[in-house]
Design a protein around this ligand. Structure first.
Ligand SMILES: [Zn+2]
Length: 153
């Protein structure tokens, strides 16, 4: 799944659960649950195997996704102010929600091919439910809309 829906779910958990010791691990766990929903994202593994690197188009999608994720995190952190404790909890939960993918970044972008990274990627791949772009993007929009409604409820 793209990072933006992961981040919004992490923020929703932080804003509803509140306590960082609970919301940060829950946000981390939410990553795997969301990846089980049918979704579309660029196929980094296939591109690595076919071209030996990630394509420019995919990099653009990733940068856009990260920019949106960062913007939403910054927005909700600022909204929580002046409650700094809650703002930090939101920020850390958002990061925690995408940590399973951040762990993979050195493999795809710095060519770090360690046994741990390969095993981690294999595990993440095994729980993914891939879908065609139309259905696979629709599910992510629904996840984002539901998270927003949950945050604002
Ligand atoms: Zn993932």
């Amino acid at each position: 799944m793209l990072e933006a829906p992961h981040v919004l779910v992490g923020i929703a958990i932080a804003s509803k659960v509140g306590h960082p010791l609970l919301s940060i691990p829950l946000a981390f766990g939410s990553h795997f649950v969301l990846d089980m929903l049918p979704h579309w994202n660029p196929h980094l593994n296939t591109e690595m195997k076919t071209y030996g690197h990630v394509t420019k188009k995919t990099k653009l999608i990733i940068y856009g996704d990260l920019a949106l994720s960062f913007g939403m995190t910054a927005f909700f952190c600022l909204t929580a102010l002046p409650n700094l404790f809650h703002a930090v909890t939101i920020g850390l939960s958002a990061i925690s929600a995408i940590t399973p993918d951040l762990i993979e970044a050195p493999y795809f972008f710095l060519n770090k091919k360690t046994a741990f990274l390969e095993a981690w990627i294999k595990f993440q791949k095994s729980i993914q439910t891939d879908a065609e772009p139309i259905l696979g993007i629709a599910t992510q929009i629904i996840v984002m809309a539901a998270s927003l409604m949950w945050i604002m409820s």
